[in-house]
Design a protein around this ligand. Structure first.
Ligand SMILES: [Zn+2]
Length: 217
């Protein structure tokens, strides 16, 4: 599927998440009720993948690619019936077999009343929240949130806070700012001009920091 403008940017997030081991397409599934909010071929609602991926031969023959579940399936006497719109009738043995399989997996569908609902599959309860996504991401990339910094009462609080933030790379260094998509002219240390300006560099590895530590010691 192609997107333009802001949607292109929003959709590009998917690739970033995939790099972190989270497949957003498979993280949601539609729970069909009346079937009027769910696209029959394009949304994931029956099985782990969209039907156009499961049945590419039949999808090629579909006239209305964006059709809804309610366009294709109806309840008749308690049974589910298919209403198809093919560009030509499925005729090869492969197509007929696939159509049989499609009808088979649709037999378990029960259309009812009420809005179709998107379900978040990666965490309980199955309701999407940023907190839940963060939890999943932390699990995937192995972030452990139980690190405790040793709090030194001999120094002013602001010094402790600075050390704590430096340890987490949460200071407004050029490196951190660039990571948060803030436009900085350069990420290189403005003092030595050699390495990227991270918290570690400012306080430890920068030649200026090392000279300062030497004078102190
Ligand atoms: Zn430096």
């Amino acid at each position: 599927m192609t997107f333009t403008g802001p949607w292109k940017q929003i959709a590009s997030v998917q690739a970033k998440f995939e790099g972190l081991g989270v497949n957003l397409t498979k993280a949601f599934k539609c729970k069909v009720r009346h079937g009027r909010n769910t696209m029959f071929w394009l949304d994931t609602w029956n099985g782990d993948e969209s039907l156009f991926i499961q049945f590419p031969l039949l999808f090629q023959l579909e006239v209305s690619k964006n059709c809804l579940v309610s366009d294709r399936l109806t309840m008749y006497g308690g049974e589910i019936c298919g209403t198809w719109e093919w560009s030509r009738e499925p005729s090869s043995s492969g197509e007929i077999m696939k159509l049989r399989n499609l009808l088979l997996i649709c037999q378990n569908v029960r259309l009812g009343v009420g809005e179709d609902q998107w379900v978040w599959l990666l965490d309980e309860p199955n309701e999407f929240s940023v907190r839940s996504l963060k939890k999943v991401l932390n699990k995937e990339i192995g972030v452990v949130g139980d690190y405790v910094i040793w709090w030194n009462n001999w120094v002013p609080k602001k010094v402790c806070i600075l050390g704590w933030r430096a340890e987490m790379e949460r200071l407004s260094t050029r490196f951190s700012l660039a990571k948060c998509n803030v436009a900085v002219p350069s990420i290189v240390c403005p003092i030595c001009g050699e390495v990227e300006e991270s918290a570690e560099h400012i306080f430890v590895s920068c030649s200026f920091a090392q000279a300062t530590w030497q004078v102190i010691s």
